[in-house]
Design a protein around this ligand. Structure first.
Ligand code: PLP
Length: 359
């Protein structure tokens, strides 16, 4: 920390590797494609590429980042259902030939700019109780999936599968159960129509202990999902997933410093060198609730933490129990490796937290 300064996002290589291995062990039948959007840091991508990971990229820039990290194009799925034409042709030129779609217009674009590509239709599934709802914006009605796959086939694309996303930080295993059943019905229907569909992409959403570090919600979902997979799909079906938060979330710790202090409303306010516009952007975009810890002992009191920008939206937490802090003190946040620096800005000219990997 002395070397790198603050704000700093420290990503533990051993924790990252442990999360990756844990996913693999929990779902031996499922091939994980790390969702780059969660944390696109080159060192993170390199470590996962070296571990043999595949990747879910949402843009051409993410595809290039994965290739730079040493993974081949054959291990990438372009899993943004809405892609600019130039990104489609760029991806194809780089050798990426697996893409998701959820509209006829997107099929037209893929057929025109990347003929012959393998395509996966994304369906709308229940996102009940997930922290981030994704079915609001994406997915075709399951009843329309077959028609679109047939259309893809007629356009000389290669329809190969069905995908869904149950919503990020999904602690309700029933969402996966419902979605897997819908995918199985589409697969069966496709086979009746002689479409060679054999990929089921179960997306991301795998939860981490965001609010309560004692209870790990992942374990609750594993058995339910595995049982459904075995019940619904025979060994010829290739199962893939796109975990982001689960892989990198628990591996990241944000380290900040107190750069200002005031007493307002009879409470201590501590101004930190990172905030809502930076690595704590998950407070806005990710509905995250974080734990704030200080490296100082003493009696605690209700305190407010605020970020460094000139915007009053940039208040991090009110009513945190903290010891009295001094300028220069460290405040750190565990479990914040995903959707943190990835969605931060440099509003007010403040540089984003530096990302470093640590053992
Ligand atoms: C298409 C897609 N795949 C995977 C993910 C990763 O989800 P999670 O981080 O919840 O695992 C997302 C997240 O937004 C997504 O949109």
């Amino acid at each position: 920390m002395r070397r790198h300064g603050t704000p700093l996002l420290a990503v533990s290589r051993s924790a990252l590797r442990a999360q990756w291995d844990r996913f693999r062990e929990a779902f031996p039948r499922v091939e994980p494609f790390y969702a780059v959007k969660a944390n696109p840091n080159p060192a993170v991508l390199k470590l996962l590429a070296a571990a043999g990971a595949s990747f879910d990229a949402a843009s051409l820039a993410e595809i290039d980042a994965v290739l730079d990290a040493g993974a081949p194009a054959s291990r990438i799925i372009f899993a943004n259902t809405i892609k600019p034409s130039a990104a489609i042709s760029g991806a194809a030129a780089r050798g990426v030939d697996l893409m998701t779609f959820d509209s006829e217009y997107e099929l037209d674009k893929i057929a025109a700019h990347a003929p012959g590509t393998r395509v996966i239709v994304r369906i709308k599934v229940p996102n009940v109780g997930s922290a981030i709802e994704l079915s609001l914006k994406f997915g075709v009605e399951p009843a329309d999936a077959i028609d679109l796959l047939i259309k893809a086939h007629k356009m000389d694309l290669r329809p190969v599968g069905v995908s869904f996303h149950v919503g990020s930080q999904c602690t309700r295993a029933e969402n996966y159960v419902d979605a897997l059943e819908m995918a199985a019905i589409i697969l069966r229907d496709a086979h009746l129509k002689r479409l060679p569909i054999d990929i089921v992409d179960i997306g991301g959403g795998f939860p981490i202990p965001h609010f309560d570090r004692e209870h790990d919600p992942f374990d609750d979902t594993v058995a339910v999902i595995s049982q459904e997979i075995d019940r619904l799909f025979d060994a010829n079906v290739r199962l893939i997933a796109e975990p982001g938060r689960f892989v990198v979330g628990p591996a990241g710790t944000l380290v900040m410093r107190v750069v200002g202090k005031a007493i307002r409303e009879n409470k201590h306010w501590y101004y930190l060198d990172d905030g809502v516009y930076g690595a704590l952007s998950g407070l806005m975009f990710d509905h995250a609730k974080y734990q704030y810890k200080a490296l100082r002992d003493g009696n605690t009191q209700l305190s407010t933490l605020a970020g460094p920008t000139c915007d009053s939206l940039d208040i991090i937490a009110r009513g945190e129990q903290l010891p009295e802090l001094e300028l220069g003190d460290i405040v750190y946040v565990p479990n914040i490796g995903a959707y943190s620096v990835a969605t931060g800005t440099n509003f007010n000219g403040l540089p984003p937290a530096k990302v470093v990997t640590v053992p």
